[in-house]
Design a protein around this ligand. Sequence first.
Ligand code: 5GP
Length: 130
Amino acid sequence: MASIFTKIIQGEIPSYKVAEDEKHFAFLDINPNAKGHTLVIPKKEENKIFDLSKQEYAELMDFCYRVAKALEKAIPCERIGMSVIGLEVPHVHVHLVPLNAMEDIQFVKKEKLSNDEFVSLAEKIAQNFE
Ligand code: 5GP
């Protein structure tokens, strides 16, 4: 069965997309630690990150780099934190989190955002993606 993230890539489940290329997809986490918290995933459905080939891993990191640059430009923050964590969804996902405090990367504190806020954040990040 397709993972929830594959359904997002295919547009079956809506998401706030910020970037996409042939092999990757980036979208706002629906339950964000901080404004701009983004998930970056390979389109290929693989459960564990280190089961990707070295090349797939390197390509994923390259795409994360580009998304992180866009986040830094779009979201006021001290830096972008990166984490591969969690057991919830069996589809590789890299969390990119704009950090202003260590709590932002501890996956405890959560932000409540309106639909309008999600839309405007996704647009702002997308505009800065190169
Ligand atoms: P993890 O596997 O890292 O514990 O959790 C998966 C992450 O995906 C969580 O941060 C959760 O908020 C996010 N997530 C789960 N389902 C959805 C969804 O349907 N849409 C979006 N945008 N994010 C999701």
